[in-house]
Design a protein around this ligand. Structure first.
Ligand SMILES: Nc1ncnc2c1ncn2[C@@H]1O[C@H](COP(=O)(O)OP(=O)(O)OP(=O)(O)O)[C@@H](O)[C@H]1O
Ligand SMILES: N[C@@H](CCO)C(=O)O
Length: 288
């Protein structure tokens, strides 16, 4: 049954460096959906993604047909999550719409549709997650994350498609690179529980970032800038082009200001902002 009221879901940052296709963090940028019955499929949208055509190819129509067996719904969408920037827009959208339409298992539906269990699990559950699929079913664990952590996002104006970014990846990886990432991913997933245990070396990766840099060479400079501006660690957010820096709440504003100054000097066209970690995941909110 269609849920009454507004469903709100956070965006997410996947991988966090070494945790490729496994780790993700829910971030304080939100997408809201209200679903109501309608004669035909209809979308009204504000903010990010509002330019998308509301035809039968709209992801909302695809989800409605899966959940309800038809798409006679009106979706009213508001989003702060920019598309194709590595901030999990499609996972947040899928979880939000599936929930708003009363899907029994919004997480499985979202993973089946858009294919990234870690993004979908972070949007669904909030906080830090490790996720994957076993025998085709999504599975995730919620991990502890230090409440003193604040994120500094560098969100470039250009878009990078996840599909294109995945095409750059090598089909096979050397065992030492797999071990390099496994060590850091597991250590990082524990260290995020205590900000004093974080260090840049934990965010290093050998499975995806270097290859993806072909599509976005400025990534290397942006990560350097974040670290020189005081971030404890910095890495790609999902498939990019957003880069994410980790900072303490007390340092975040100075990291933002310093990063802004350096990016202007390097003429890198990007928004710089600080956001918190979302700990709530999908929720029904009071009508606004
Ligand atoms: N706010 C939205 N409203 C409607 N559809 C959306 C929205 N966000 C994403 N989608 C759908 O999901 C598709 C893929 O979105 P997007 O390019 O953002 O991919 P993504 O895999 O989530 O990558 P990223 O993490 O970079 O956002 C879009 O083409 C669109 O069909
Ligand atoms: N883990 C996925 C996330 C996509 O949002 C990737 O890096 O391709």
């Amino acid at each position: 049954m269609i849920v009454e009221g507004v469903v709100r879901v956070p965006g997410s940052s996947a991988n966090l460096g070494p945790g490729f296709d496994v780790l993700a963090l829910a971030i304080g940028m939100y997408l809201e959906v209200r679903a109501t019955p309608s004669k035909n499929f209809r979308v009204t949208a504000n903010g990010e993604g509002s330019e998308l055509r509301s035809d039968a190819n709209h992801m909302g129509s695809v989800i409605a047909k899966k959940v309800l067996g038809h798409d006679h719904v009106h979706l009213d969408i508001r989003s702060e999550i920019p598309l194709a920037r590595g901030l999990g827009s499609s996972a947040a959208f899928s979880v939000a719409v599936a929930t708003a339409l009363g899907a029994k298992d919004p997480l499985s539906l979202a993973v089946g549709l858009e294919g990234h269990p870690e993004n979908a699990a972070a949007s669904y559950a909030g906080g830090l997650v490790a996720a994957g699929c076993i025998d085709g079913d999504p599975i995730f664990e919620r991990l502890e994350v230090d409440s003193r952590i604040r994120l500094v996002l560098v969100v470039p104006r250009i878009r990078l498609s996840t599909e294109e970014a995945r095409k750059t990846l090598a089909p096979l990886v050397p065992r030492e690179d797999a071990v390099f990432n496994l060590q850091r991913a597991v250590l990082l997933s524990h260290a995020l529980a205590d900000i004093t245990r974080l260090q840049q070396g934990l965010f290093d990766d050998r499975l995806h970032q270097l290859q993806r840099s072909q599509l976005f060479p400025q990534a290397i400079s942006i990560i350097d800038v974040l670290i020189h501006s005081g971030a404890i660690g910095a890495t790609w957010s999902g498939a990019g082009p957003t880069m994410i820096g980790f900072s303490s709440s007390s340092d975040a504003e100075s990291v933002v200001a310093c990063t802004r100054k350096h990016l202007d000097r390097l003429e890198i066209d990007a928004q710089v902002l600080s956001v918190g970690v979302d700990h709530r995941g999908v929720e029904k909110v009071l009508d606004s």
